[in-house]
Design a protein. Structure first.
Length: 296
């Protein structure tokens, strides 16, 4: 039994990969493959860190490049008792080669790269196989500092920045300063980042709260032919979001398709979504009795 693990599908090879998670006592670093046709599980690694791969983790994200047979993983949850250790707060970025069964550390800490995200968890990550770009949106940011920013009551750190942005204190082209990013991690959420694989470069595409508010516990899907991202629901501080947003990867324009696309998920319920690009249909599992269907 585990939670906070991640799974990715190679639909061409009919393999499902499972990595990490939490068993109720500790984070895990085991790595598995499930053969859909044979209906069999195979352990690829008992501990990926002993194979040159990532350390045990949960609440991370993985995505799979089915053409080049590469699996990428980013982010993880770090307990508050461990956040004073600098090494534990690095947002390491790994790729696994399915052909050679080898791990490669792409970057020790993406926060040190221009435009890269800091350590985060409960984010979403998708890969555009044709463009060779990985998109990362949302998630709770983790920092060592626990200092208040002195901003509006209840708003600290990046949330103070978003407050100023939405109320005219900053221009929409502004980005959070390093001082904003350092302040009180408990209520900061990551924006929309892109990673260009060929050039090993990160770009911060969106950090403002207009239309596409940073959040956690949401769903994000990439439509490869329409060149867009769909973001559904999630949570921001104590607010349950129910919006349905489309982000055009070509124009960078975000459009809200529905303000109340779904009911807020209840306690203990986890939302999951998947997209059928050929049928232009999105299926959402909310944990409730009914399954939601969106047609583009």
């Amino acid at each position: 039994m585990r939670g906070g693990h991640q799974m990715a599908l190679d639909h061409l090879a009919k393999q499902i990969y499972l990595f990490g998670g939490w068993d109720g006592y500790r984070d895990l670093a085991d790595f598995w493959a499930y053969d859909i046709d044979a209906n069999k599980w195979r352990c690829l690694s008992v501990d990926t860190s002993s194979d040159g791969g990532p350390t045990p983790r949960s609440c991370h994200k993985i995505c799979f490049d089915y053409e080049r047979k590469r699996l990428y993983t980013l982010g993880r949850y770090v307990d508050s008792s461990l956040r004073d250790c600098p090494d534990s707060m690095r947002n390491d970025f790994y790729v696994w080669n399915a052909d050679t069964a080898q791990w490669l550390l792409i970057c020790e800490d993406t926060a040190c790269q221009s435009g890269g995200p800091c350590l985060l968890f409960d984010h979403q990550m998708c890969i555009h196989v044709t463009r060779q770009v990985i998109y990362v949106f949302g998630g709770r940011e983790l920092h060592r500092s626990d200092t208040h920013s002195g901003g509006p009551a209840g708003l600290e750190g990046v949330d103070s920045y978003y407050y100023q942005l939405q109320h005219g204190g900053l221009s929409s082209s502004s980005t959070p300063s390093s001082s904003h990013r350092r302040l009180l991690p408990a209520h900061t959420y990551s924006g929309l980042h892109s990673y260009h694989i060929a050039t090993n470069t990160w770009t911060l595409l969106r950090c403002d709260g207009r239309m596409l508010a940073p959040r956690m516990g949401h769903s994000m899907l990439l439509h490869p032919t329409a060149d867009c991202l769909y973001v559904l629901a999630g949570q921001r501080i104590k607010e349950q979001l129910t919006d349905f947003v489309r982000f055009d990867l070509t124009t960078g324009r975000a459009v809200c398709l529905a303000d109340h696309a779904c009911k807020p998920s209840g306690c203990g319920l986890t939302q999951r979504a998947t997209l059928d690009a050929e049928l232009d249909e999105i299926y959402v599992l909310t944990g409730e009795r009914n399954t939601l269907l969106f047609c583009d």
